[in-house]
Design a protein around this ligand. Structure first.
Ligand SMILES: [Fe+2]
Length: 269
């Protein structure tokens, strides 16, 4: 049991997901379910992690920050986020570039917002380390990168890519009216086989193995995306897709380099 002062009953739906009661049977079965899904399908979701009214509250809190302070991140990239891939012809269709656009706010702009408090909630960090099979997990020290909130507006998308980190933890806060669907192609490559031709097939729209991950607002999702290509299709309509991204590491004190901050956020401090 975690101390009462660290409970976030008013934000997280702890009745459904008893993160604060790690000795309970319901915690044990939740942990088992998530760990198993992550290992077998590369994704697990806690649907209803935030109740709808809390989710709307979180959006209300963040919207003015998004409207006035967000960084418009627009770039052309391939699935690897690399300019050159050693040993691959620069004209190979697996290296085709596509565009990603979103509007990002950083942890320093979010301050003590609800999403920051959820990100830092020790029982959540403990739960995540368990389902990822890590002995320990830590929040990030970087004042910009630790928690980000991204908005995708009409016509904007996150294009096909592989993640550089092993796991991505997100909390969907608002869905668009249409579009903005999360598509993925599981295990498109592995550590032995980069499968460039398979990547090219997917980019050309000829891969029947493509799937859709349907997420409701308020869902916490943990996704293993290093070898599973994924994208967000363009958002349609005038309601933004808003999502929080939580960064954790297996060691304490993780910071981004100045170059990384500049690339992701257009500023270094
Ligand atoms: Fe990703």
């Amino acid at each position: 049991m975690f101390p009462a002062t660290t409970r976030l009953h008013h934000l997280i739906n702890l009745e459904k997901f008893p993160l604060d009661r790690p000795q309970s049977r319901s915690f044990h079965s939740l942990r088992l379910r998530c760990k198993d899904e992550l290992a077998t399908s590369g994704s697990t979701s806690l649907d209803g992690f935030l109740k709808p009214e809390i989710c709307r509250e979180a959006v209300k809190e963040i919207t003015p920050i998004l409207d006035s302070q967000s960084f418009t991140h627009r770039r052309k990239h391939n699935v690897y986020f690399l300019d050159d891939v050693p040993g691959v012809d620069p004209n190979h269709p697996a290296l085709k570039k596509t565009e990603t656009i979103n509007h990002t706010v950083c942890a320093d702009q979010l301050g003590n917002c609800m999403v920051t408090r959820i990100y830092e909630y020790p029982p959540l960090v403990h739960f995540l380390s368990g389902i990822m099979g890590k002995s320990e997990l830590f929040t990030m020290d970087d004042p910009l990168a630790r928690v980000n909130v991204m908005a995708y507006r009409q016509g904007e998308a996150l294009n096909w890519h592989f993640d550089r980190s092993e796991y991505t933890v997100t909390l969907l806060l608002q869905s668009p009216q249409a579009g903005g669907q999360f598509e993925y192609r599981a295990d498109l490559r592995n550590d032995q086989d980069p499968n460039y031709d398979g990547v090219a097939r997917l980019l050309a729209g000829h891969d029947p193995g493509k799937c859709i991950l349907d997420l409701n607002p308020g869902t916490l999702n943990i996704f293993r995306g290093r070898n599973t290509a994924h994208r967000l299709t363009p958002v349609e309509g005038n309601r933004d897709r808003i999502i929080a991204v939580f960064s954790y590491y297996e060691f304490q004190g993780k910071m981004f380099s100045e170059q990384e901050r500049l690339g992701f956020y257009g500023r270094t401090a």
